[in-house]
Design a protein around this ligand. Structure first.
Ligand SMILES: Cc1ncc(COP(=O)(O)O)c(C=O)c1O
Length: 380
């Protein structure tokens, strides 16, 4: 199998498994307990917190472990926005992940005003539109990098435009792929997840800037400094820290490798597939993602493309969802102005430091064949 869906999840690294095993087998103490077994777990968790904080340019007290990106985004939005919360309005980019959009819709259903910030045809947040939305007393959610296209958002400029607002960035896709310093960026909140960087599933973290009066979304215990109740999963947290350190220590090397592969993919796609559109220019995007759509998409079936890729041994995806038996267009591509048919039949190839040149060459050749054959069938 050629695995080109690393933006969905990544295989766990052996070294990460090795770091976790002692905490799964023998280090089972509850980190809140006073005896040795508990104290050892506490030390491991606090070491992991310091390590994750360092990877993010944050202070350890600003890192709260959670079950992943989805929980972290829900916690931040639902804890902050409300009549008695820190913000009375929520603004979010039009191309955010559903783990942002849906919680924003949830608070809207409770009577909170929600505004979508448009993006331009490149997928970049429209700063004039953001300025016009007049953000003070709002929570502004803009992702660091898009999960479908890889498009990076200008967070420093966004911070400038919405000076009086609380700024949250979903950094799930950016973490470990591009250098991140949350303190320097001046964001108030951020979210990250371990399974996107060769760590375990079911663990992530939220960054809550020092000094913010954050109310726990999940109560029932005083863990995580009263900000996220529940017994800490020591092994998962240790695994997350190990994966984060490995990713950040090797960031230049891994990112150069991924960039070489996505550049090769772009060249091969451009040479072998006519009527293709790249949904992010390389300079504006993550080194790990190539997202393409087809300008004659009305003749192509997005679901069938992915199924045929799978049958030919290539795991890839797109941002469309199947709802009640019909493919919905990707909301990300629609927000970028792509026609619905095109937004229904995109292909995302996402690589990791483990992907090889040979895999890219084979996968693009297989994709080109599928598209060629599909066009022959639908044009006849
Ligand atoms: C941008 C973004 N945010 C949030 C999430 C959700 O993270 P998790 O799978 O850890 O809940 C994802 C996962 O696909 C993502 O890509």
């Amino acid at each position: 199998m050629i695995y080109l869906d690393n933006s969905a999840t990544t295989p766990i690294d052996e070294a990460v498994v090795d770091a976790m095993l002692p905490w799964l087998r023998d280090g089972y103490g509850n980190a809140s307990s006073q005896y040795g077994l508990g104290r050892a777990a506490r030390v491991a968790i606090e070491d992991a917190r310091s390590s994750v904080a360092e990877c993010l340019g944050a202070h350890p007290a600003e890192i709260i472990f959670t079950s992943g990106g989805t929980e972290s985004n829900n916690a931040i939005i639902k804890s902050c926005v409300g009549p008695s919360g820190l913000a009375r309005r929520v603004l979010h980019g039009a191309t955010e992940h559903h783990a942002i959009i849906h919680p924003c819709q949830d608070v809207e259903a409770l009577g909170i005003r929600r505004h979508e910030i448009p993006v331009d045809t490149r997928g970049v947040v429209d700063l004039d539109a953001l300025a016009a939305l007049d953000a003070p007393s709002s929570l502004v959610c803009v992702m660091a990098a898009n999960n479908e296209t890889g498009v990076l958002q200008p967070l420093s400029a966004i911070r400038e435009v919405c000076k009086g607002a609380l700024l949250h960035t979903d950094a799930v896709q950016a973490f470990g792929k591009i250098p991140l310093n949350l303190t320097a960026l001046g964001v108030d909140f951020a979210t990250v997840s371990a399974h996107k960087i060769h760590g375990p599933k079911g663990v992530g973290a939220m960054f809550i800037r020092k000094g913010i009066d954050f109310k726990a979304h999940q109560t029932g215990g005083s863990q995580e400094r009263n900000r996220r109740a529940g017994t800490e999963p020591t092994a998962l947290i240790v695994g997350m820290a190990a994966a984060a350190k490995r990713a950040v220590d090797a960031i230049e090397e891994r990112s150069a490798h991924c960039r070489r592969l996505t550049t090769l993919a772009r060249e091969r796609i451009a040479a072998s597939i006519p009527n293709v559109r790249f949904n992010c220019v390389a300079e504006l995007g993550l080194p790990t993602i190539v997202n393409i759509s087809f300008t004659d998409a009305e003749h192509l079936d997005g679901e069938a493309i992915l199924q045929l890729l799978d049958l030919n041994g290539v795991a890839a995806s797109n941002g469309s969802a199947c709802v009640s038996g019909t493919m919905q267009p990707s909301h990300v591509l629609v927000a970028m102005g792509r026609p619905a048919a095109e937004a229904r039949a995109a292909v995302r190839l996402s690589v990791s430091y483990r992907t090889t040149e040979e895999e890219i060459i084979s996968a693009v050749a297989i994709l080109a064949n599928i598209i060629r054959e599909m066009r022959v069938i639908t044009h006849n």
